[in-house]
Design a protein around this ligand. Structure first.
Ligand SMILES: Nc1nc2c(ncn2[C@@H]2O[C@H](COP(=O)(O)OP(=O)(O)OP(=O)(O)O)[C@@H](O)[C@H]2O)c(=O)[nH]1
Ligand SMILES: [Mg+2]
Ligand SMILES: [Zn+2]
Length: 276
C-alpha cells in the first residue's frame, strides 16, 4: 500500500519517512538514481510501507543545495552580531538566494549580549531598514513571538558557523538537545558541529538544522534573478528599462542611495553580486 509521507531524515541511503504518526525507515527506488534525482529531506513522497521503499517524489515547491532540503517555507537567517562578527555581505547574499528560491527570508539576531549599548543603537538602524523593506527581524531572546510566526511552516536555518543556529533550535524545544559548540578561538570560527540534515518536529512546525558556512556562491544565479532579489529596488523605475543601476545617468536606484532611501551597504552588495 502506498502512503503519503514526509522525509524527515537521511543517513547515507536510509530515509526516515513520517506517515501521519508513524515513522518508517526506507530505501529509495533505483529509478531515482537512474534519472539522477535524490530524495531530499522535506520531500513529500509516496512510500510502500510494507516493502519500505520510496516509490515516488511529489512535486517540489523549491530545492536548496546547501542545506540539501526541499519544500521550505521560511529560512531563518541566523545572524550573529559578534563572535562571529556581523557580516552584511553574507546576510544580503543569503537574502538574495533565499528570495530567488521562493522562500521567505527571516532575520534572527543572536549574541545581542556581546555588543555594547552604543553599538546596538547603530545596529538597530540597520535592521530597521530590513524591516522597512518587508523582512521580519526577530532576536533569539524573544522565542515565543518567533514560534508563533512559524506555526504550520517548514523552516530551515542558515548563517555562519558559530552564529547560534543549533542553540536557537534547542531554545524552540528543550528536549532536542542538539549539539552546539564553543567557537574555536584560534580560528575565529566554529568547527561545524552539525553534520546530519534532519527535520525536527516542534509542536506545530518543522525545522531543519544545518551546518553553517561562511562562503556561498551566487554565481549559479542570473543577473536578472539577483537584480529582482533586491526587493526594495522593484518600486523604482529607471529611465532605461534594463538599467543595471551601476552608473547610468538618472538612475533612480543611485538617486535613492544618495538620498539615504536605500541602505548603502545593500547597494554595494548588489554591485558586488552582479560582478560575481
Ligand atoms: N553570548 C552568546 N552566545 C551564544 C548565543 N547564541 C549562541 N551562542 C553560543 O555560540 C556558540 C555556537 O553556537 P551553535 O548553536 O553551535 O552555532 P551553529 O550556528 O549551530 O554552528 P554550526 O553548527 O557550526 O554551524 C555556542 O557556544 C553557543 O552557546 C547568544 O545569543 N549569546
Ligand atoms: Mg549547529
Ligand atoms: Zn537604475
Amino acid at each position: 500500500m502506498l502512503k503519503k509521507g514526509l522525509i524527515i531524515k537521511i543517513i547515507s541511503d536510509t530515509f526516515t519517512v513520517k506517515v501521519e504518526n508513524d515513522i518508517y525507515e526506507c530505501k529509495s527506488r533505483g529509478k531515482f538514481r537512474n534519472i539522477n534525482i535524490k530524495p531530499l529531506v522535506g520531500d513529500e513522497v509516496l512510500v510502500d510501507t510494507e516493502k519500505l521503499i520510496i516509490n515516488e517524489i511529489l512535486e517540489r515547491k523549491n530545492v536548496l543545495n546547501r542545506p540539501p532540503v526541499s519544500n521550505i517555507d521560511v529560512a531563518l537567517i541566523v545572524t550573529s552580531l559578534k563572535k562571529p562578527d556581523l557580516n552584511l555581505t553574507l546576510l544580503d547574499k543569503l537574502i538574495s538566494i533565499i528570495t530567488i528560491n521562493k522562500i521567505t527570508p527571516v532575520i534572527v539576531l543572536t549574541k545581542l549580549d556581546l555588543v555594547s549599548r552604543n553599538e546596538l543603537k547603530k545596529l538597530n538602524e540597520i535592521f530597521k531598514y530590513y524591516q522597512k523593506i518587508g523582512i521580519k527581524v526577530y532576536t533569539n531572546k524573544n522565542i515565543f513571538k518567533l514560534k508563533r510566526y512559524l506555526k504550520n511552516k517548514i523552516v530551515t536555518v542558515c548563517g555562519q558557523t558559530g552564529a547560534g543556529k543549533s542553540t536557537l533550535i534547542n531554545k524552540f524545544d528543550k528536549n532536542l538537545n542538539l549539539e552546539t559548540d564553543e567557537i574555536s578561538e584560534s580560528l575565529g570560527r566554529g568547527k561545524h558541529t552539525t553534520r546530519i540534515v534532519e527535520l525536527f518536529a516542534i509542536k506545530n512546525f518543522y525545522i531543519v538544522d544545518t551546518p553553517g558556512f561562511s562562503q556561498i556562491d551566487i554565481n549559479n544565479y542570473s543577473k536578472e534573478e539577483i537584480k529582482n532579489s533586491f526587493i526594495e529596488f522593484r518600486k523604482y523605475e529607471c529611465k532605461y528599462k534594463n538599467c543595471s543601476h551601476e552608473k547610468e545617468k538618472d538612475c533612480q536606484i543611485i538617486n535613492a542611495v544618495n538620498n539615504n532611501e536605500i541602505l548603502k551597504s545593500r547597494y554595494d552588495n548588489y554591485l558586488k553580486f552582479m560582478k560575481e
